[in-house]
Write a protein that binds this ligand. Structure first.
Ligand code: CMC
Length: 437
């Protein structure tokens, strides 16, 4: 591993201090500087020294941890995993290599790669009893609900133990998530489950479990396999987003790995987070059904009396462009061309983007297409149904969640996450019995 890469236990230097004046008294607060020069005012002792806490609903200005996993510069549109630029990884790495990189902090050498990929391949099967769980869901159950429930249920088969099951449980989770995802799809279309195959790649095996039927084994196109590999890499980590912060929050109580990741899956499902990829396609379909009048939808997104938003637009961190969206826009063209797919949604998406990017409302608020804007169009071309899109995001994000969980668990200074609040409710008052109310 590059010795210059800081690890979570190495504290960035306190280069300077910030002065806070409260009730006429000055307090000097340490300033922590990250390896890329980002600065944070360390308020860990603020309440003890001043009696006050900070208030930051939505955590837009709160650094919740020190982390050596992913670096984002939202103004410059930079995203790096362990120092490696996202475009280089998306173009050259395999998803499992990236998973290893995120979780273990370095690219695997040949021996490490063989051991890791063999381990993942050997653990793809689900316990036969777990198949029965799928029978209990209604046919149109959303696959994200099934995914979260099944991942939590893995803890009943593979309990945490103190003596070193962590790496094995990590491998089990990475290996079994595609199987659970594909089984949830098969359940929704009423087809028999297709068991994992050890001779296929991680992505090839997933595609086979999704699309093979007993009468016709699925022919895995290298274009599709490569596109899926790239999509999973682009989603693999994104530092302290909503689902990852959920994973750190739940994991900080020392809940087991499976329960913790199930919580992350639940957080990802929301339409403002990973659920946006499904919403984008549904929005594009609506625009198409409405005669393709995208200007009307841009106007609705700007209208403060309407709850409509341009799904797939805007990001808490990226204020220039989302580097993942840039890669995906180019990939959407290439993949659709290579597969001979002519999807009118791509045209609508491009027109919508063009008009929005010239509009003062979007320009002044720095709203650009995010990762979810073009990913759905590629998933459609690969044959993945719309309600599986967020499941695909979860498959990609899994190594990031695990890496962030592991970094926190391996840090001896980690504490249970427990924010403060400013109470705004009623003052103390006596209880009034029901008969007197
Ligand atoms: N359409 C129209 N207006 C928007 C949009 C949008 N998609 N996104 C933000 N705005 C407006 C918002 O109304 C606000 O306007 P004003 O200043 O007049 O009140 C301003 O832009 C700032 O937005 P915000 O909601 O304060 O920003 P945020 O950082 O809290 O929210 C966001 C970020 C991604 C939740 C939001 O942009 C959004 O809801 N986008 C649509 C959903 C989406 O695509 N989510 C996927 C995010 S990327 C994948 C992931 O990592 O989860």
């Amino acid at each position: 591993m590059n010795p210059q890469v800081p690890t979570a236990t190495e504290k960035p230097s306190a280069a300077t201090t910030a002065r806070l004046t409260l009730d006429g008294k000055d307090y000097d607060l340490p300033v922590v500087v990250g390896s890329e020069g980002e600065r944070a005012i360390d308020i860990r002792k603020l309440r003890d020294t001043t009696g006050a806490v900070t208030l930051d609903p939505g955590y837009g200005n709160t650094g919740a941890c020190l982390s050596a996993i992913t670096f984002i510069d939202g103004d410059k549109g930079i995203l790096q995993y362990r120092g490696y630029p996202i475009d280089e990884l998306a173009e050259q790495a395999s998803f499992l290599e990236v998973a290893y990189l995120l979780i273990y902090g370095k690219l695997p050498n040949a021996n490490e790669w063989k051991a890791f990929s063999d381990l993942i391949t050997r653990h793809t099967l689900l316990h036969e009893d777990m198949k029965k769980f799928f029978e209990g869901y209604p046919p149109h159950a959303h696959p994200m609900a099934i995914l979260a429930a099944m991942v939590a249920s893995l803890s009943t088969y593979y309990p945490d133990s103190a003596n070193g099951t962590t790496d094995l449980n990590i491998a089990r989770l990475v290996a079994k998530l595609p199987t659970i995802a594909a089984f949830s799809f098969k359940k929704s279309v009423g087809q028999p489950f297709v068991y994992p195959r050890n001779d296929l790649s991680y992505c090839g095996n997933f595609l086979n479990m999704m699309f093979s039927v007993p009468s016709e084994p699925f022919k895995i196109s290298p274009v599709v396999e490569r596109a899926l590999n790239m999509l999973l890499i682009l989603h693999a980590d994104h530092e302290q987003n909503c689902s990852t912060s959920t994973v750190r929050m739940v994991g900080s109580s020392q809940a087991n790995l499976f329960a913790t990741i199930a919580a992350g899956i639940a957080a990802l499902w929301g339409p403002l987070h990973g659920g946006a990829n499904q919403e984008v396609i549904e929005m594009l379909e609506k625009i198409r059904a409405d005669g393709g009048d995208y200007k009307k939808y841009v106007a609705m997104a700007k209208d403060k009396n309407s709850t409509f938003k341009l799904m797939g637009f805007g990001h808490r961190v990226y204020k220039n462009f989302d580097p993942r969206a840039k890669i995906l826009k180019a990939a959407a063209d290439d993949v659709l061309k290579a597969l001979g797919v002519n999807d009118p949604m791509l045209e609508i998406a491009k027109n919508l983007e063009e008009i929005a990017l010239r509009d003062e409302y979007f320009v002044s608020r720095k709203l650009y297409p995010n990762v979810d804007f073009y990913s759905g169009i590629i998933y459609r071309a690969l044959g993945i149904p719309t309600d599986m899109f967020t499941v695909m995001f979860a498959l990609g994000r899994l190594p990031g969640w695990i890496a962030q969980w592991k970094e926190m668990r391996d840090d001896p200074s980690s504490k249970i996450n427990r924010p403060r609040q400013i109470y705004t409710g009623a003052l103390k008052r006596p209880f009034v019995p029901l008969s007197a109310r």
